[in-house]
Design a protein around this ligand. Sequence first.
Ligand code: AMP
Length: 420
Amino acid sequence: MSTFKAPKGTYDLLPPDSANYLAVREMISAPLRRAGYGYIETPGFENVELFARGVGESTDIVTKEMYTLTTKGGDELALRPEGTASVLRAALEANLHKLGNLPVKLWYSGSYYRYERPQKGRYRHFSQVGAEAIGAQDPALDAELIILAVDAYRSLGLKNFRLLLNSLGDQECRPVYRAALQDFLRGLDLDDDTRKRIDINPLRVLDDKRDSVQKQLAGAPMMRDHLCEACKEYHDTVRELLLAAGVEFEDDPKLVRGLDYYTRTTFEFVHDGLGSQSAVGGGGRYDGLSEMIGGPALPSVGWALGVDRTVLALQAEGVELRLPSATQVFAVPLGDDARRALFGIVTGLRRAGIAADFAFGGKGLKNAMKSANRSGARYAVVAGERDLAEGSVQLKDLETGEQQPVALDEVVAELSRRLA
Ligand code: AMP
Protein backbone atom coordinates (compact mmCIF):
# COMPACT_ATOMS: atom_id res chain seq x y z
CA MET A 1 0.00 0.00 0.00
CA SER A 2 1.21 3.54 -0.69
CA THR A 3 1.17 6.36 1.82
CA PHE A 4 -1.94 7.74 0.18
CA LYS A 5 -5.57 6.73 0.20
CA ALA A 6 -8.53 7.87 -1.88
CA PRO A 7 -10.00 11.01 -0.27
CA LYS A 8 -12.85 10.53 2.22
CA GLY A 9 -16.18 9.87 0.54
CA THR A 10 -14.62 8.69 -2.71
CA TYR A 11 -13.75 5.30 -4.09
CA ASP A 12 -11.87 3.92 -7.05
CA LEU A 13 -13.48 1.97 -9.85
CA LEU A 14 -11.36 -1.09 -10.48
CA PRO A 15 -11.62 -4.03 -12.86
CA PRO A 16 -13.56 -6.24 -13.09
CA ASP A 17 -16.35 -4.20 -11.37
CA SER A 18 -15.55 -1.07 -13.36
CA ALA A 19 -16.90 -2.85 -16.46
CA ASN A 20 -20.35 -2.73 -14.85
CA TYR A 21 -20.13 1.03 -14.47
CA LEU A 22 -19.18 1.47 -18.10
CA ALA A 23 -22.06 -0.79 -19.13
CA VAL A 24 -24.53 1.10 -16.94
CA ARG A 25 -23.50 4.43 -18.49
CA GLU A 26 -23.81 2.90 -21.92
CA MET A 27 -27.22 1.36 -21.23
CA ILE A 28 -28.66 4.51 -19.64
CA SER A 29 -27.56 6.61 -22.59
CA ALA A 30 -28.66 4.16 -25.32
CA PRO A 31 -32.38 5.07 -25.15
CA LEU A 32 -31.43 8.79 -25.22
CA ARG A 33 -29.28 8.37 -28.31
CA ARG A 34 -32.15 6.57 -30.04
CA ALA A 35 -34.40 9.53 -29.21
CA GLY A 36 -32.29 12.26 -30.81
CA TYR A 37 -30.26 13.42 -27.81
CA GLY A 38 -26.73 14.59 -28.73
CA TYR A 39 -23.73 14.17 -26.45
CA ILE A 40 -22.46 17.24 -24.57
CA GLU A 41 -19.42 17.55 -22.33
CA THR A 42 -18.78 20.59 -20.16
CA PRO A 43 -15.89 21.41 -17.78
CA GLY A 44 -15.74 19.82 -14.34
CA PHE A 45 -15.82 23.28 -12.78
CA GLU A 46 -17.75 26.46 -13.44
CA ASN A 47 -18.04 29.97 -12.13
CA VAL A 48 -19.47 29.55 -8.64
CA GLU A 49 -22.15 32.13 -9.38
CA LEU A 50 -23.69 29.88 -12.03
CA PHE A 51 -24.63 27.33 -9.36
CA ALA A 52 -25.55 29.96 -6.77
CA ARG A 53 -28.05 31.45 -9.21
CA GLY A 54 -28.95 28.31 -11.10
CA VAL A 55 -29.26 25.73 -8.35
CA GLY A 56 -30.40 28.23 -5.72
CA GLU A 57 -28.89 30.17 -2.81
CA SER A 58 -31.23 28.42 -0.38
CA THR A 59 -30.33 24.85 -1.27
CA ASP A 60 -28.04 22.58 0.75
CA ILE A 61 -26.12 21.90 -2.44
CA VAL A 62 -25.06 25.54 -2.72
CA THR A 63 -24.83 26.54 0.94
CA LYS A 64 -23.16 23.43 2.36
CA GLU A 65 -22.02 21.01 -0.29
CA MET A 66 -20.08 22.86 -2.96
CA TYR A 67 -16.34 22.48 -3.39
CA THR A 68 -15.31 26.05 -4.11
CA LEU A 69 -11.92 27.51 -4.89
CA THR A 70 -10.31 30.80 -5.79
CA THR A 71 -7.83 30.52 -8.65
CA LYS A 72 -4.46 32.29 -8.69
CA GLY A 73 -6.10 34.69 -11.13
CA GLY A 74 -8.86 35.46 -8.62
CA ASP A 75 -11.70 33.55 -10.31
CA GLU A 76 -14.25 32.02 -7.95
CA LEU A 77 -14.95 28.51 -9.19
CA ALA A 78 -16.85 25.48 -7.95
CA LEU A 79 -16.53 21.81 -8.85
CA ARG A 80 -19.86 21.01 -10.47
CA PRO A 81 -22.39 19.61 -7.99
CA GLU A 82 -24.91 18.81 -10.74
CA GLY A 83 -25.24 18.95 -14.51
CA THR A 84 -28.24 21.01 -15.54
CA ALA A 85 -26.90 24.52 -14.90
CA SER A 86 -23.67 23.76 -16.79
CA VAL A 87 -25.45 22.22 -19.76
CA LEU A 88 -27.84 25.14 -20.05
CA ARG A 89 -24.94 27.59 -19.69
CA ALA A 90 -23.08 25.83 -22.49
CA ALA A 91 -26.14 25.66 -24.76
CA LEU A 92 -26.81 29.38 -24.28
CA GLU A 93 -23.16 30.29 -24.77
CA ALA A 94 -23.05 28.40 -28.08
CA ASN A 95 -26.48 29.73 -29.12
CA LEU A 96 -27.68 26.17 -29.72
CA HIS A 97 -31.23 27.39 -29.18
CA LYS A 98 -30.89 29.72 -32.18
CA LEU A 99 -29.12 27.35 -34.53
CA GLY A 100 -31.54 24.51 -34.99
CA ASN A 101 -34.86 23.09 -34.04
CA LEU A 102 -36.20 23.38 -30.55
CA PRO A 103 -36.04 21.56 -28.27
CA VAL A 104 -32.27 21.21 -28.18
CA LYS A 105 -31.82 17.68 -26.83
CA LEU A 106 -28.58 16.87 -25.04
CA TRP A 107 -27.22 14.05 -22.89
CA TYR A 108 -24.14 13.91 -20.71
CA SER A 109 -22.17 11.59 -18.49
CA GLY A 110 -19.62 12.57 -15.90
CA SER A 111 -18.36 13.17 -12.39
CA TYR A 112 -20.09 15.41 -9.84
CA TYR A 113 -18.88 16.63 -6.47
CA ARG A 114 -20.76 17.36 -3.27
CA TYR A 115 -19.29 17.80 0.18
CA GLU A 116 -21.79 15.48 1.88
CA ARG A 117 -21.55 13.21 4.90
CA PRO A 118 -20.41 9.98 3.26
CA GLN A 119 -22.35 6.77 3.71
CA LYS A 120 -23.34 3.84 1.51
CA GLY A 121 -24.76 5.32 -1.71
CA ARG A 122 -23.75 8.86 -0.79
CA TYR A 123 -20.32 9.96 -1.90
CA ARG A 124 -18.39 13.16 -2.35
CA HIS A 125 -17.52 12.20 -5.88
CA PHE A 126 -20.18 10.39 -7.85
CA SER A 127 -21.22 9.81 -11.39
CA GLN A 128 -24.38 10.69 -13.29
CA VAL A 129 -25.82 10.26 -16.74
CA GLY A 130 -28.23 13.05 -17.54
CA ALA A 131 -30.45 14.46 -20.25
CA GLU A 132 -31.83 17.91 -20.95
CA ALA A 133 -34.42 19.00 -23.52
CA ILE A 134 -34.12 22.76 -23.86
CA GLY A 135 -36.58 25.22 -25.32
CA ALA A 136 -40.00 23.56 -25.47
CA GLN A 137 -42.98 23.38 -23.19
CA ASP A 138 -44.81 20.26 -24.21
CA PRO A 139 -46.13 17.56 -21.87
CA ALA A 140 -45.01 14.96 -24.42
CA LEU A 141 -41.42 16.05 -23.86
CA ASP A 142 -41.69 15.56 -20.08
CA ALA A 143 -43.26 12.16 -20.75
CA GLU A 144 -40.57 11.27 -23.30
CA LEU A 145 -37.77 11.86 -20.81
CA ILE A 146 -39.47 9.90 -18.04
CA ILE A 147 -40.19 7.00 -20.41
CA LEU A 148 -36.55 7.00 -21.58
CA ALA A 149 -35.36 6.74 -17.98
CA VAL A 150 -37.79 3.90 -17.26
CA ASP A 151 -36.67 2.11 -20.42
CA ALA A 152 -33.04 2.54 -19.35
CA TYR A 153 -33.69 0.97 -15.95
CA ARG A 154 -35.70 -1.83 -17.54
CA SER A 155 -32.97 -2.55 -20.11
CA LEU A 156 -30.59 -3.06 -17.18
CA GLY A 157 -32.96 -5.62 -15.76
CA LEU A 158 -34.04 -3.55 -12.73
CA LYS A 159 -37.51 -4.23 -11.36
CA ASN A 160 -37.83 -2.80 -7.86
CA PHE A 161 -37.77 0.87 -8.73
CA ARG A 162 -40.69 3.26 -8.40
CA LEU A 163 -41.46 6.55 -10.08
CA LEU A 164 -42.72 9.36 -7.84
CA LEU A 165 -44.45 12.20 -9.66
CA ASN A 166 -45.59 15.68 -8.74
CA SER A 167 -46.21 19.10 -10.22
CA LEU A 168 -44.72 22.20 -8.61
CA GLY A 169 -46.88 24.66 -10.52
CA ASP A 170 -45.61 27.74 -12.33
CA GLN A 171 -45.07 31.46 -11.74
CA GLU A 172 -48.87 31.91 -11.73
CA CYS A 173 -49.97 29.45 -9.11
CA ARG A 174 -46.83 28.70 -7.11
CA PRO A 175 -46.59 32.11 -5.35
CA VAL A 176 -50.19 31.80 -4.15
CA TYR A 177 -49.52 28.30 -2.87
CA ARG A 178 -46.21 29.35 -1.33
CA ALA A 179 -47.96 32.03 0.73
CA ALA A 180 -50.62 29.56 1.88
CA LEU A 181 -47.92 27.07 2.88
CA GLN A 182 -45.94 29.76 4.73
CA ASP A 183 -49.05 30.68 6.74
CA PHE A 184 -49.54 27.05 7.67
CA LEU A 185 -45.87 26.45 8.56
CA ARG A 186 -45.65 29.55 10.76
CA GLY A 187 -48.26 27.97 13.05
CA LEU A 188 -46.07 24.88 13.70
CA ASP A 189 -43.56 24.10 16.41
CA LEU A 190 -40.27 24.14 14.45
CA ASP A 191 -36.60 24.76 15.25
CA ASP A 192 -34.86 27.98 14.21
CA ASP A 193 -33.23 26.61 11.06
CA THR A 194 -36.51 25.26 9.78
CA ARG A 195 -38.23 28.56 10.62
CA LYS A 196 -35.68 30.36 8.49
CA ARG A 197 -36.48 27.97 5.68
CA ILE A 198 -40.14 29.04 5.81
CA ASP A 199 -39.08 32.44 4.49
CA ILE A 200 -36.44 31.31 2.03
CA ASN A 201 -37.85 28.11 0.58
CA PRO A 202 -40.96 26.83 2.37
CA LEU A 203 -41.51 23.95 -0.06
CA ARG A 204 -38.32 22.35 1.19
CA VAL A 205 -39.88 21.95 4.64
CA LEU A 206 -42.24 19.37 3.10
CA ASP A 207 -39.15 17.34 2.27
CA ASP A 208 -37.89 17.29 5.88
CA LYS A 209 -37.21 13.68 6.79
CA ARG A 210 -37.65 14.06 10.58
CA ASP A 211 -40.70 12.41 12.13
CA SER A 212 -41.27 15.36 14.44
CA VAL A 213 -41.68 17.60 11.40
CA GLN A 214 -43.57 15.14 9.21
CA LYS A 215 -46.17 14.58 11.97
CA GLN A 216 -47.00 18.27 12.00
CA LEU A 217 -47.33 18.40 8.24
CA ALA A 218 -50.57 16.42 8.18
CA GLY A 219 -53.12 18.87 6.85
CA ALA A 220 -50.55 21.12 5.17
CA PRO A 221 -51.79 22.72 1.96
CA MET A 222 -50.52 20.78 -1.07
CA MET A 223 -49.44 22.22 -4.40
CA ARG A 224 -51.67 19.82 -6.30
CA ASP A 225 -54.76 21.48 -4.77
CA HIS A 226 -53.47 24.91 -5.82
CA LEU A 227 -52.46 24.24 -9.43
CA CYS A 228 -53.81 26.74 -11.95
CA GLU A 229 -55.88 25.38 -14.85
CA ALA A 230 -52.94 25.42 -17.28
CA CYS A 231 -50.64 23.53 -14.88
CA LYS A 232 -53.33 21.05 -14.00
CA GLU A 233 -54.10 20.29 -17.63
CA TYR A 234 -50.38 19.99 -18.40
CA HIS A 235 -49.87 17.57 -15.53
CA ASP A 236 -52.88 15.47 -16.47
CA THR A 237 -51.53 15.11 -20.00
CA VAL A 238 -48.11 13.99 -18.72
CA ARG A 239 -49.84 11.40 -16.55
CA GLU A 240 -51.98 10.14 -19.44
CA LEU A 241 -48.98 9.81 -21.75
CA LEU A 242 -47.07 7.84 -19.12
CA LEU A 243 -49.96 5.47 -18.54
CA ALA A 244 -50.40 4.99 -22.29
CA ALA A 245 -46.71 3.99 -22.46
CA GLY A 246 -47.18 1.43 -19.70
CA VAL A 247 -45.25 3.49 -17.16
CA GLU A 248 -46.61 3.29 -13.64
CA PHE A 249 -46.09 6.09 -11.17
CA GLU A 250 -47.11 7.19 -7.70
CA ASP A 251 -48.45 10.69 -7.16
CA ASP A 252 -46.33 12.20 -4.42
CA PRO A 253 -47.67 15.63 -3.47
CA LYS A 254 -44.72 16.22 -1.12
CA LEU A 255 -42.03 15.62 -3.72
CA VAL A 256 -40.17 18.93 -4.07
CA ARG A 257 -36.54 17.86 -4.72
CA GLY A 258 -33.46 19.66 -3.46
CA LEU A 259 -32.97 22.17 -6.24
CA ASP A 260 -34.73 25.49 -6.59
CA TYR A 261 -35.20 25.65 -10.33
CA TYR A 262 -38.03 23.16 -10.83
CA THR A 263 -41.47 24.13 -12.17
CA ARG A 264 -44.42 21.92 -13.08
CA THR A 265 -43.38 18.28 -13.66
CA THR A 266 -41.05 16.94 -10.96
CA PHE A 267 -40.13 13.30 -10.49
CA GLU A 268 -37.85 10.99 -8.68
CA PHE A 269 -36.95 7.35 -9.13
CA VAL A 270 -36.47 5.44 -5.90
CA HIS A 271 -35.23 1.92 -5.41
CA ASP A 272 -36.50 -0.18 -2.54
CA GLY A 273 -33.30 -2.13 -1.96
CA LEU A 274 -31.02 0.79 -1.07
CA GLY A 275 -31.92 1.84 2.46
CA SER A 276 -31.87 5.54 3.23
CA GLN A 277 -30.14 6.66 0.01
CA SER A 278 -32.98 5.35 -2.10
CA ALA A 279 -33.12 7.99 -4.85
CA VAL A 280 -31.54 6.52 -7.95
CA GLY A 281 -32.46 9.42 -10.22
CA GLY A 282 -34.60 12.46 -10.57
CA GLY A 283 -35.48 15.46 -12.59
CA GLY A 284 -38.16 17.77 -13.76
CA ARG A 285 -39.13 20.84 -15.70
CA TYR A 286 -37.22 24.07 -15.16
CA ASP A 287 -38.96 26.74 -17.18
CA GLY A 288 -37.37 29.68 -15.39
CA LEU A 289 -33.73 28.57 -15.17
CA SER A 290 -32.52 30.11 -18.43
CA GLU A 291 -33.70 33.57 -17.37
CA MET A 292 -32.21 33.04 -13.91
CA ILE A 293 -28.76 32.66 -15.47
CA GLY A 294 -29.19 35.58 -17.88
CA GLY A 295 -30.65 33.82 -20.93
CA PRO A 296 -33.93 34.20 -22.81
CA ALA A 297 -37.11 32.39 -21.82
CA LEU A 298 -36.40 28.74 -22.63
CA PRO A 299 -38.74 26.30 -20.94
CA SER A 300 -36.89 23.01 -20.48
CA VAL A 301 -36.99 19.63 -18.81
CA GLY A 302 -34.34 17.12 -17.80
CA TRP A 303 -33.14 14.39 -15.47
CA ALA A 304 -30.02 12.90 -13.99
CA LEU A 305 -29.61 9.27 -12.98
CA GLY A 306 -26.96 8.31 -10.47
CA VAL A 307 -24.60 5.65 -11.82
CA ASP A 308 -23.20 4.61 -8.41
CA ARG A 309 -26.65 3.99 -6.96
CA THR A 310 -27.85 2.26 -10.12
CA VAL A 311 -24.97 -0.20 -9.70
CA LEU A 312 -25.96 -0.67 -6.03
CA ALA A 313 -29.56 -1.26 -7.13
CA LEU A 314 -28.38 -3.95 -9.56
CA GLN A 315 -26.48 -5.61 -6.71
CA ALA A 316 -29.50 -5.34 -4.40
CA GLU A 317 -31.65 -7.15 -6.98
CA GLY A 318 -28.93 -9.67 -7.75
CA VAL A 319 -28.88 -8.66 -11.41
CA GLU A 320 -25.71 -9.66 -13.25
CA LEU A 321 -25.21 -7.71 -16.45
CA ARG A 322 -24.33 -10.00 -19.31
CA LEU A 323 -21.09 -8.42 -20.42
CA PRO A 324 -18.90 -9.82 -23.16
CA SER A 325 -15.78 -11.44 -21.73
CA ALA A 326 -12.93 -8.95 -21.66
CA THR A 327 -10.63 -11.60 -23.16
CA GLN A 328 -11.71 -14.20 -25.71
CA VAL A 329 -8.35 -15.75 -26.52
CA PHE A 330 -5.25 -16.11 -24.34
CA ALA A 331 -1.86 -16.92 -25.82
CA VAL A 332 0.56 -19.17 -23.93
CA PRO A 333 4.03 -19.30 -25.49
CA LEU A 334 6.69 -21.77 -24.36
CA GLY A 335 10.15 -20.47 -25.29
CA ASP A 336 11.46 -17.43 -27.13
CA ASP A 337 10.55 -18.43 -30.68
CA ALA A 338 7.01 -19.18 -29.58
CA ARG A 339 6.80 -15.82 -27.83
CA ARG A 340 7.60 -14.04 -31.08
CA ALA A 341 5.17 -16.16 -33.11
CA LEU A 342 2.27 -15.92 -30.64
CA PHE A 343 2.80 -12.20 -30.02
CA GLY A 344 2.25 -11.76 -33.76
CA ILE A 345 -0.87 -13.91 -33.63
CA VAL A 346 -2.28 -11.89 -30.71
CA THR A 347 -1.78 -8.69 -32.69
CA GLY A 348 -3.48 -10.29 -35.70
CA LEU A 349 -6.42 -11.47 -33.55
CA ARG A 350 -6.90 -8.00 -32.08
CA ARG A 351 -6.80 -6.44 -35.53
CA ALA A 352 -9.49 -8.93 -36.57
CA GLY A 353 -11.68 -7.64 -33.74
CA ILE A 354 -11.06 -10.48 -31.28
CA ALA A 355 -10.20 -9.65 -27.66
CA ALA A 356 -6.88 -11.37 -27.07
CA ASP A 357 -4.23 -11.33 -24.35
CA PHE A 358 -0.79 -12.80 -23.86
CA ALA A 359 1.17 -14.46 -21.05
CA PHE A 360 3.61 -11.61 -20.42
CA GLY A 361 6.64 -11.87 -18.19
CA GLY A 362 8.04 -15.25 -19.31
CA LYS A 363 5.74 -17.45 -17.22
CA GLY A 364 6.03 -21.21 -17.22
CA LEU A 365 3.23 -23.37 -18.66
CA LYS A 366 1.42 -23.91 -15.35
CA ASN A 367 1.29 -20.24 -14.38
CA ALA A 368 0.49 -19.15 -17.90
CA MET A 369 -2.47 -21.57 -18.07
CA LYS A 370 -3.67 -20.22 -14.73
CA SER A 371 -3.62 -16.72 -16.22
CA ALA A 372 -5.50 -18.00 -19.27
CA ASN A 373 -8.25 -19.48 -17.07
CA ARG A 374 -8.43 -16.41 -14.87
CA SER A 375 -8.77 -14.13 -17.90
CA GLY A 376 -12.15 -15.64 -18.74
CA ALA A 377 -10.97 -16.50 -22.27
CA ARG A 378 -12.79 -19.20 -24.17
CA TYR A 379 -9.67 -20.36 -26.04
CA ALA A 380 -5.99 -20.68 -25.29
CA VAL A 381 -3.43 -20.73 -28.06
CA VAL A 382 -0.44 -22.73 -26.80
CA ALA A 383 2.80 -23.23 -28.69
CA GLY A 384 6.23 -24.72 -27.91
CA GLU A 385 9.24 -25.45 -30.08
CA ARG A 386 7.86 -28.72 -31.40
CA ASP A 387 4.59 -27.09 -32.50
CA LEU A 388 6.48 -24.32 -34.27
CA ALA A 389 8.70 -26.84 -36.02
CA GLU A 390 5.50 -28.36 -37.42
CA GLY A 391 4.21 -24.90 -38.39
CA SER A 392 1.28 -25.11 -36.00
CA VAL A 393 -0.05 -24.14 -32.56
CA GLN A 394 -2.32 -25.99 -30.12
CA LEU A 395 -5.80 -24.50 -29.90
CA LYS A 396 -7.38 -25.39 -26.58
CA ASP A 397 -11.05 -24.90 -25.82
CA LEU A 398 -10.97 -23.87 -22.15
CA GLU A 399 -14.61 -24.78 -21.64
CA THR A 400 -14.50 -28.37 -22.94
CA GLY A 401 -10.77 -29.02 -22.52
CA GLU A 402 -10.53 -30.20 -26.15
CA GLN A 403 -7.28 -29.41 -27.89
CA GLN A 404 -6.19 -29.63 -31.52
CA PRO A 405 -3.34 -28.37 -33.70
CA VAL A 406 -4.04 -25.53 -36.11
CA ALA A 407 -1.61 -24.23 -38.76
CA LEU A 408 0.09 -20.96 -37.74
CA ASP A 409 -1.30 -19.01 -40.66
CA GLU A 410 -4.82 -20.37 -40.07
CA VAL A 411 -5.17 -19.45 -36.38
CA VAL A 412 -6.76 -16.02 -36.85
CA ALA A 413 -9.24 -17.29 -39.44
CA GLU A 414 -10.09 -20.39 -37.40
CA LEU A 415 -10.71 -18.39 -34.22
CA SER A 416 -12.71 -15.75 -36.11
CA ARG A 417 -14.91 -18.57 -37.40
CA ARG A 418 -15.31 -20.23 -34.00
CA LEU A 419 -16.05 -17.00 -32.15
CA ALA A 420 -18.40 -15.52 -34.75
P1 AMP B 1 -30.00 15.08 -7.59
O1 AMP B 1 -29.56 16.10 -8.57
O2 AMP B 1 -29.55 15.37 -6.20
O3 AMP B 1 -31.43 14.69 -7.68
O4 AMP B 1 -29.18 13.78 -8.01
C1 AMP B 1 -29.60 12.92 -9.04
C2 AMP B 1 -29.11 11.53 -8.73
O5 AMP B 1 -27.70 11.53 -8.56
C3 AMP B 1 -29.64 10.99 -7.41
O6 AMP B 1 -30.89 10.39 -7.59
C4 AMP B 1 -28.58 10.00 -7.03
O7 AMP B 1 -28.78 8.77 -7.69
C5 AMP B 1 -27.32 10.63 -7.55
N1 AMP B 1 -26.61 11.33 -6.47
C6 AMP B 1 -26.81 12.58 -5.99
N2 AMP B 1 -25.95 12.86 -4.99
C7 AMP B 1 -25.19 11.77 -4.81
C8 AMP B 1 -24.12 11.43 -3.93
N3 AMP B 1 -23.65 12.29 -3.04
N4 AMP B 1 -23.58 10.19 -4.03
C9 AMP B 1 -24.03 9.30 -4.93
N5 AMP B 1 -25.03 9.57 -5.80
C10 AMP B 1 -25.61 10.78 -5.75
